[in-house]
Design a protein around this ligand. Structure first.
Ligand SMILES: [Zn+2]
Length: 184
């Protein structure tokens, strides 16, 4: 089977057009209604498109194609912060857990945007591949009322170092995958 990244690379070369890196994301067991989920995903699309990354929302069967799983769970389990809305394990590299019961805490006015930003933040951890936060922007450890205001206007962004790290992480994923795919 041809590797997804390899196929993408060939397509870009053949067409002569610049092709954005694509991240395949699967949402599983969403507790959101269809409209809220669709609007939240659109926010994620816009956030990542602004930094030159395309998000493909599809639950690929191949574990090679399937890069990020977003799962909604009822409880956080032991050891999780009482304030956390979602969590991930950057070194595991694949899964975002969103705490469904805590989404009720979100401001009603811009709930879809905040859920989109929540997904984008946790996806950022996985794509960067390290456990870190930034002083500002989407990758802040905790968001303030002003951040929520910016989310409502969809003007909260990744900081330059976060963008660099995401692209570096994507290149590393691509390099890690090519040898596996080209072995006879
Ligand atoms: Zn975080």
């Amino acid at each position: 089977m041809k590797g997804y990244w390899v196929g993408l690379l060939f397509a870009a070369q053949l067409s002569g057009q610049p092709v954005l890196p694509v991240v395949n994301v699967c949402v599983e067991r969403s507790c959101l209604d269809a409209l809220t989920l669709r609007m939240s995903r659109r926010v994620v699309d816009h956030i990542y498109r602004r930094i030159g990354v395309d998000i493909e929302w599809r639950c690929a069967h191949s574990s090679l194609e399937r890069q990020i799983d977003i799962r909604f769970v009822k409880s956080a389990g032991k050891g999780r912060s009482a304030n956390a809305l979602a969590f991930t394990a950057p070194f595991e590299g694949r899964t975002v857990w969103i705490l469904a019961s805590r989404l009720d805490q979100l401001p009603e006015a811009n709930r879809e945007q905040v859920i989109g930003y929540l997904m984008a933040h946790e996806m950022g951890h996985l794509l960067q591949g390290v456990a870190r936060h930034s002083a500002r922007g989407i990758m802040k450890a905790s968001w303030t009322a002003h951040d929520f205001y910016l989310m409502g206007k969809e003007t909260l962004n990744f900081e330059p170092e976060d963008i660099d790290m995401i692209h570096r992480g994507l290149r590393q994923r691509m390099i890690a995958q090519v040898p596996r795919e080209t072995q006879p």
